[in-house]
Design a protein around this ligand. Structure first.
Ligand SMILES: Cc1cc2nc3c(=O)[nH]c(=O)nc-3n(C[C@H](O)[C@H](O)[C@H](O)COP(=O)(O)O)c2cc1C
Length: 190
């Protein structure tokens, strides 16, 4: 799958078929996350693959969202913000969250490429998830991803996305057009 297609095809799915996805495909999508940028190249993110039924049920309860439990596999993303703090002091929260987001987006594009579906779940009782998966206290639970195959009856639906015009400025905040000099062809081949 081409990058553009994966980016545009990715969407949140909350209705899954009963069919079991390939665990190998999920692990390969996690492998893509290794290539995300990290400050100082210090990798701060971990992925926990969960297949244990009892644990999936407990995590769905911690998220208080029923669809989270209606899958064969879950992936829980955690990050070591303490380690980020050691290296980047008061940037720990910012860098920790940004690095997790970069790693997660690679993972999501991988999930899309494999024909699988998920939804980024960010609302949960963190302690409950930590207890369920024996996650050390110092780690931060970033997100939960129930992974499945999209249910046939929901297929094809996706959200309208914001226009480029609404998010892009030129040279200063709020300026909506490119300077005329920038649109001239360049003859410099160096
Ligand atoms: C940080 C974050 C937290 C989110 N938390 C939840 C959540 O707890 N439950 C849920 O159903 N969707 C959650 N979402 C999914 C968003 O609702 C979804 O991405 C958004 O509506 C855009 O739809 P799309 O993913 O199909 O493009 C979350 C997304 C992000 C990025």
């Amino acid at each position: 799958m081409e990058l553009e297609e994966a980016i545009k095809k990715r969407k949140s799915v909350r209705n899954f078929s009963v069919k079991k996805p390939s665990w190998r495909d999920i692990i390969q999508a996690i492998d893509y996350a290794r290539f995300a940028p990290m400050a100082g190249n210090i990798y701060s993110v971990k992925f926990i693959f969960v297949s244990d039924r009892e644990k999936i049920d407990k995590i769905a309860e911690a998220c208080q969202q029923e669809f989270v439990g209606k899958v064969h596999y879950l992936v829980v993303v955690v990050s070591d913000r303490e380690n980020v703090k050691k290296n980047y002091d008061f940037y720990d929260k910012q860098f920790g969250a940004q690095q997790s987001g970069a790693a997660i987006q690679n993972f999501l594009l991988g999930i899309t490429e494999k024909g699988l579906s998920t939804c980024w779940v960010g609302f949960f009782v963190e302690d409950q998830i930590k207890r369920t998966l024996s996650i050390p206290e110092k780690m931060c639970v970033e997100a939960v991803f129930p992974i499945g195959i999209e249910h046939q009856f929901m297929k094809g639906r996706s959200k309208t996305k914001i226009d480029l015009d609404s998010i892009l400025f030129f040279n200063k905040y709020g300026k909506k057009n490119l300077d005329s000099d920038d649109t001239k062809p360049s003859f410099d081949n160096s």
